[in-house]
Design a protein around this ligand. Structure first.
Ligand code: SF4
Length: 461
């Protein structure tokens, strides 16, 4: 006789797509399942339940989500999987229309339902609920505390910490305010508690994320001292957290208190992620980004004067409607002048529901990719020459674990490299050791990565 299925013998495979903010949502979802007693497997072929957390920021991400769902649906159709659950941005963006498009999916969870995923799934598997769609307006203040790591060994020595949800900016190309709702900052004490909890589990680096990290606290009552600078000061006191990094700083909102806080701190990494998107006045205006090239130059000068060894990351967008060859040249010459340490490029994608969607596209797809290549080729030269400057230096590095592409090497990062998006430090033929801080001598520079040898004396006191 077949065993009656219980939560304990129901295996779940969770596949997470999208950005760091989505990754945090996936961790919250995992936590909700673990609390209910479900266990995880890595292979969807072995899973009773398959969960996909989706991204729908741009059409490319939507398509990726749909393609992967099509592959996963095969497990549902052949009966090896009892439940296919889709969560996240895709549901929030397209709502109940998806039911028709995705007939093999059993449960649809919007971003607000993620914290309740464990109970929803358990009820569904027991046949106690026929509701398949869980979608509510995105208005609640996020309230997660990452029980994922409770009583377990942390998997990595670093983590993302989401300090706010939603965005109240109005960039004309962006769907996120509609998908994720307006800015809702988490109370500082909750964030500090989460950081302390992660530190107790072995996390040494926390990376603060939000749609716009620099908008943090604007929506909190004034007596909650809810500014980013104040939050950073509190996080610096958390025992065990050694590195704190800021990602997604809006150039119009990064204030002097925060910059000074970075410059004066031992723990806040000398690193600012400043997505500028463009420098052409007309393009920035059409994008709804309230600054211009002069203001950006002034901001970067001020960052560099207050934090001389800062590493700057940026993101730019090419092919926005109306972008001319001259606008592109202006962007390239700014990139050349500023010499960002790290840079990512997006090709503009017209997204339904955004203000820019009604603008007539003036740059063809092949021109967009040509512009993309031009910016990336320039950045490759800049990156290589900046990394040459590290040769022979000794750096504090955070060892993450074995390198994904070479099991004989360890993968690490300096304070100047963020996880996942930037290059890394490769430690070839290093004696295997656990994750954590160490000291290394840089011996080689590649285009985006450094190679180093571990020094015997460990992290500085
Ligand atoms: S700051 Fe602009 S690009 Fe970023 S999430 Fe908000 S609206 Fe979108």
């Amino acid at each position: 006789m077949a065993n009656r299925p219980t939560k304990e013998n129901t295996t779940v495979c969770l596949i997470s797509l999208g950005c760091p903010k989505n990754q945090v949502d996936s961790e919250i979802l995992s936590a909700a399942l673990l609390e209910e007693g479900f266990s995880f497997v890595a292979d969807p072929a072995q899973a009773d339940v398959i969960i996909l957390t989706t991204c729908s920021f741009i059409q490319e991400a939507v398509q990726e989500s749909l393609d992967i769902l099509e592959e996963l649906s095969a497990y549902r159709r052949d009966g090896s999987c009892r439940c296919l659950l889709v969560a996240g941005c895709l549901i929030q963006r397209y709502g109940k229309d998806l039911r028709r498009r995705l007939p093999d999916v059993d449960l649809f969870l919007g971003t607000e339902a993620i914290e309740g995923a464990g109970k929803i799934l358990a009820r569904h598997l027991r046949g106690q609920s026929r509701q398949s769609f869980f979608l509510s307006p995105v208005l609640r203040r996020p309230k997660h505390a990452r029980p994922l790591y409770e009583g377990r060994q942390a998997l990595a020595p670093w983590a993302y910490v989401k300090i706010a949800e939603g965005c109240s900016n109005a960039c004309s190309y962006c769907t996120l305010p509609k998908i994720r709702g307006p800015l809702r900052s988490r109370p500082p004490e909750e964030i500090v508690r989460e950081a302390a909890h992660l530190a107790r589990q072995g996390v040494e680096e926390i990376n603060l994320v939000a749609q716009d990290v620099t908008a943090y606290g604007r929506d909190l009552e004034p007596n909650r001292s809810g500014s980013l600078a104040a939050l950073l000061a509190e996080l610096e006191q958390v025992q065990g957290v050694q590195w704190i990094r800021l990602l997604y700083c809006h150039p119009a909102h990064l204030d002097e208190d925060t910059i000074a806080g970075i410059g004066n701190s031992e723990k806040i990494c000398p690193y600012v992620d400043l997505p500028i998107q463009h420098v052409s006045r007309s393009i920035l205006k059409a994008m709804g980004r309230p600054y211009d090239e002069e203001r950006l130059r002034g901001l970067i000068e001020s960052i560099r004067s207050l934090c001389p060894d800062i590493a700057l990351r940026t993101t730019v967008m090419v092919g926005f409607p109306g972008e001319t060859e001259r606008d592109l040249e202006q962007l390239l010459s700014f990139v050349q002048e500023i010499r960002f340490d790290h840079l990512g490029v997006f090709c503009y994608s017209p997204e339904e529901g955004t203000a820019a969607f009604s603008r007539e596209e003036s740059v063809s797809d092949s021109e967009k990719w040509d512009r993309y290549d031009q910016v990336m080729a320039l950045q490759a030269e800049i990156s290589e020459s900046i990394l040459q400057g590290f040769l022979g230096t000794s750096q504090e590095v955070l060892i993450e674990g074995p390198h994904e592409e070479d099991a004989l090497s360890l993968k690490a990062r300096t304070r100047y490299q963020a996880p996942e998006v930037d290059g890394c430090v490769i430690l070839p033929r290093a004696i295997p050791r656990g994750p954590g801080l160490a000291r290394a001598q840089i011996v080689r520079a590649r285009t985006y990565d450094l190679e180093a040898e571990l020094l015997p004396d460990g992290p500085p006191a």
